[in-house]
Design a binder for this molecule. Sequence first.
Ligand code: ADP
Length: 170
Amino acid sequence: MDRKRIDLISGDITLLYVDAIVNAANTSLLGGGGVDGAIHRAAGPDLLAECVKLNGCETGRSKITDGYKLKAKHVIHTVGPIWRGGYSDENLLLASCYQTSLELAKEKKLNTIAFPGISTGAYGFPKDIAALIAVNETKRFLKKNSYPHKVIFVTYGDDNYEFYRKLLNK
Ligand code: ADP
């Protein structure tokens, strides 16, 4: 796998010009706090109107919509697990968020996709474990697939950046 296919940046994911940004959504897909609220605010009400039609989403699964007023063409909504101490399949479910999001990007032949730290905010997932899962699942996927061409991890004003930086040797 070409190392240049993974990037790490710190900043607001809603400002990125990419084919898709990933939203840390909840099972209702009807918006929420954190990055979810920021994405809906930036995309405008048409995003919510499309989300209403999707009938929610299970934890560990992902659904794609348009990006509307965002600079990103699409939003991939993935539902991360709530951390409950590590005994409720949280690791598997978080891995599945990355797999199913990447699978959608592949299906749609998207070149560039950006992920926030799924589940690492209100859902309380330990950031070091979450970063390891994000990096491992992404590397595994990129080795086998030519789409998406590039994956960007976006950290936001917290210590997440260092966890990713160490794992990616940047
Ligand atoms: P979850 O409920 O899945 O934990 P949150 O939105 O609470 O989702 O947090 C997920 C991650 O997104 C956190 O690491 C948080 O710092 C980050 N985040 C919040 N707002 C933004 C943003 N505008 N751009 C990128 N990352 C963000």
